[in-house]
Design a protein around this ligand. Structure first.
Ligand code: CU
Length: 173
């Protein structure tokens, strides 16, 4: 099998799979700490099977318990615990389409706001969307295109370029 064909298969796989897996740092730049609002953080993103959550915190100051819903609501980490992490840089792969519930089990931290849940969906090829945080400034609109044909490509940028590369490879087969 030629390299070009392998490359084409790779492109096809990328399209079929849809968005490439994402890594989400919990709390963004604030990390897994008191004072961050994890409810609003978790609502800012879509989570898909294959994505990874990263909890960053000072080891010994916090921990991460994956728990059942009742434990998330009670903040009582003595029961209903599915997994525990305490490295300070915990990487958790979201490998199931389900709700994940997380708390910090240090005294008072969960009740103080260190808890959230996410609803992880099956990876979906029709749900490709930019993940740029809303707080980033919006770039000025591009100048008007010279003709309507160009306009279509302007609004379909990424897939247009991939198609162009794939077409170029096809020509060389
Ligand atoms: Cu904590």
């Amino acid at each position: 099998m030629g390299e070009a064909k392998i490359f084409l298969m790779f492109l096809t796989m990328v399209f079929l799979k849809g968005a490439v897996s994402e890594v989400h740092t919990v709390g963004d730049e604030l990390g897994w700490n008191t004072g961050a609002n994890f409810g609003s953080w978790s609502r800012e993103y879509n989570f898909s099977v294959g994505d990874t959550l990263v909890f960053k915190y000072l080891k010994g100051q916090h921990n991460v318990y994956e728990v059942i819903e009742a434990t998330y609501r009670s903040c009582n980490g003595s029961t209903g615990v599915l997994a525990t992490y305490e490295s300070g840089n915990d990487q958790i792969e979201l490998n199931k389409a389900k709700k994940y519930w997380f708390i910090c089990n240090f005294a008072g931290h969960c009740l103080g706001g260190m808890r959230f849940f996410i609803d992880v969906k099956e990876a979906n090829s029709t749900n490709i969307r930019p993940t740029t945080p809303q707080s980033e400034p919006i770039p000025p609109p591009p100048p008007p295109p010279a003709n309507s044909c160009a306009a279509i490509y302007v609004f379909d940028g990424w897939s247009f370029w991939v198609s162009l590369v794939a077409f170029g490879v096809l020509l060389q087969l």
